[in-house]
Design a binder for this molecule. Structure first.
Ligand SMILES: [Zn+2]
Length: 161
């Protein structure tokens, strides 16, 4: 179940034409957007963002609070995709379905807030791909929630993609 939703998320995401391109010359461009996202959601620790040379996927790794980005993922959309995982983990902890409705609600909020894509276009494309999301995931909506992560207990958490 969880995997199928992830596949649908990826399917939707890669339809956006520049999402899989190397938009920035180096990982700093992506790093700036991760920092921007953390500030919006008041996440206490900005993750380390590293360039990834080998492998097939980019990911967020909770155990050392790091994001690893393949070169062709140095763009705003992937930086915000991974940032949404960080925010999701920070407020809700580990999850069997990392691309659940809450995560997508956060990702969409960030994409729209970036001002790079029209809200109507983003929401219409999500709808067309039958992806459901929570619309209660703005920073204002979740600001009273107590974070699940304290940086002391991070080492005990297992990794998630
Ligand atoms: Zn993901």
């Amino acid at each position: 179940m969880a995997e199928r939703r992830s596949d649908r998320v990826y399917g939707w995401q890669w339809k956006w034409y520049h999402w899989d391109n190397q938009q920035f010359n180096n990982v700093d461009g992506a790093r700036r957007w991760v920092k921007w996202a953390m500030k919006k959601y008041k996440v206490a620790g900005v993750p380390t963002v590293r360039a990834k040379v080998k492998g097939q996927v980019s990911f967020f790794r909770p155990i050392d609070w790091s994001i690893h980005l393949l070169k062709h993922h140095w763009n705003v959309a992937v930086a915000l995709h991974e940032s949404a995982h960080v925010i999701h983990f920070y407020y809700y902890g580990d999850n069997d379905d990392p691309h659940d409705e809450k995560w997508l609600g956060i990702f969409l909020w960030l994409l729209i807030e970036s001002g790079l894509w029209p809200r109507e276009a983003i929401l219409a494309s999500v709808k067309k791909n039958n992806l459901t999301y929570s619309n209660q995931m703005s920073p204002a909506a979740i600001k009273r929630k107590h974070p699940c992560v304290t940086f002391k207990n991070l080492r005990k958490k297992k990794g998630s993609k």
